[in-house]
Write a protein that binds this ligand. Sequence first.
Ligand code: ZN
Ligand code: ZN
Length: 96
Amino acid sequence: MKSDHKIHKYELVELGSKGYKVYKCKLPNCRHFIQKELAVGRLSLCNGVCNSEVIITRDMVTRELKVPLCDDCREKRKNRRALVSAIKGGLHDNSN
Ligand SMILES: [Zn+2]
Ligand SMILES: [Zn+2]
């Protein structure tokens, strides 16, 4: 089946038992995947809420980022994580 989208939405997955990592498209009806190293410089859809286009950088690949995110969504996720850990830290302090 031919895919109906121009830009794939990549996600890092392991292939087989050897843990060989590839970027695979997670959109329905698409079985496209690409060797991790070859994904550098390719366009992916953002895995956040915005669905904008993101270029997969060498940095993402080196750090084995699970899903490509645009700057906005990455900031949002980072802030949320910081908030969660701040709340946890607060709770921890209260129980002390
Ligand atoms: Zn695709
Ligand atoms: Zn985004």
